[in-house]
Design a protein around this ligand. Structure first.
Ligand SMILES: [Zn+2]
Length: 73
């Protein structure tokens, strides 16, 4: 006999929050695995950006790190 009361309208979460869970690279919905990115690809992109911006390799070796992003899990 206990009818469920109507949900309180107050306290409704904002549909469009400022902290949208979107990829920082392409803007797609994030994936928990690769948070805050949507995929390893985007995570890799950001990583490379970071590395390029931070790592300054003196001398200049012609051997670049070969990293194929084929290992998808
Ligand atoms: Zn992405």
């Amino acid at each position: 006999m206990s009818a469920p009361t109507a949900r309180p309208r107050s306290g409704a979460k904002p549909a469009l929050a400022s902290d949208a869970k979107t990829c920082a690279i392409c803007g797609k919905p994030r994936d928990q695995r690769y948070d805050p990115f949507c995929s390893k690809r985007c995570a890799d992109v950001d990583l490379h950006r970071w590395l390029k911006g931070s790592y300054v390799i003196p001398g200049g070796e012609s051997s670049q790190t070969q990293r194929d992003s084929e290992d998808e899990e």
